[in-house]
Design a protein around this ligand. Structure first.
Ligand code: ADP
Length: 204
């Protein structure tokens, strides 16, 4: 199963990604987490990414694309994967298409988590209090939302045109959102989950 999880900052992608990963036995690949780990370890990749991240801007496509290409070549991706936070630009969509073609595979679905903008800011400011992420300040949150609207929201119609998009209401209790996510995946995919249940064939 090869999935993309999209949604604005604070939509709850990371939380749902962990659950999807466990249920379907596929790695959840978060470009944000990989960047943060590299920043913390002081690697050249982290040094290249940090200024952009702290300002709420996207890391340049060539840096991000190379990192994802490398990650998708790992053996744990052979059975599938969930991409959290990638692609975020139309250029990254093109590059991902090429990576998947090179691997002889294709996407099963794109999940879009949506949540009201006001709720998003509250969630991120709450998270700032516990996780101390450098980009969870009110100013940077505003910029991240703007960059998402400008650069990433257009990807929704791109994937919708391909017939592999599922909208998910990200508002409400985490467990309820997870139920909606599983339902959406079962509609998109004919791959069994770890419970052995076989979902109906995709409507493509
Ligand atoms: P959020 O979705 O809450 O903004 P992430 O952890 O997914 O948080 O991403 C944090 C930051 O990492 C982004 O603001 C950006 O600077 C960088 N980043 C993550 N994914 C990408 C990507 N696909 N392209 C460019 N930059 C990215």
């Amino acid at each position: 199963m090869r999935l993309i999880l999209m949604g604005p900052p604070g939509a709850g992608k990371g939380t749902q990604a962990t659950r999807i990963s466990e249920r379907y036995g596929i790695p959840a690949i978060s470009t944000g987490d990989i960047f943060r780990a590299n920043v913390a370890a002081g690697t050249p990749l982290g040094v290249a990414a940090q200024t952009y991240m702290d300002a709420g801007e996207y890391v340049p496509d060539e840096v991000t694309n190379a990192m994802v290409r490398d990650r998708l070549a790992h053996p744990d991706c052979q059975r599938g994967f969930l991409l959290d936070g990638y692609p975020r630009t139309l250029e990254q969509v093109k590059e991902l298409d090429q990576m998947l073609a090179d691997l002889g595979t294709q996407l099963d679905g794109v999940l879009v988590l949506s949540v009201d903008a006001g709720v998003l800011v509250e969630r991120l400011l709450d998270r700032a209090a516990t996780e101390a992420r450098a980009d969870d300040t009110r100013n940077v949150i505003g910029r991240r939302q703007q960059v998402y609207e400008e650069q990433t929201a257009p990807l929704v119609s791109e994937y919708d045109a391909r017939g592999i998009l599922a909208h998910i209401d990200g508002f409400g209790r985490i467990d309820h959102v997870t139920d909606r996510v599983y339902t959406a995946i079962s509609r998109l995919s004919s791959v069994p989950d770890r419970t052995g249940r076989l979902a109906p064939p995709a409507r493509r």
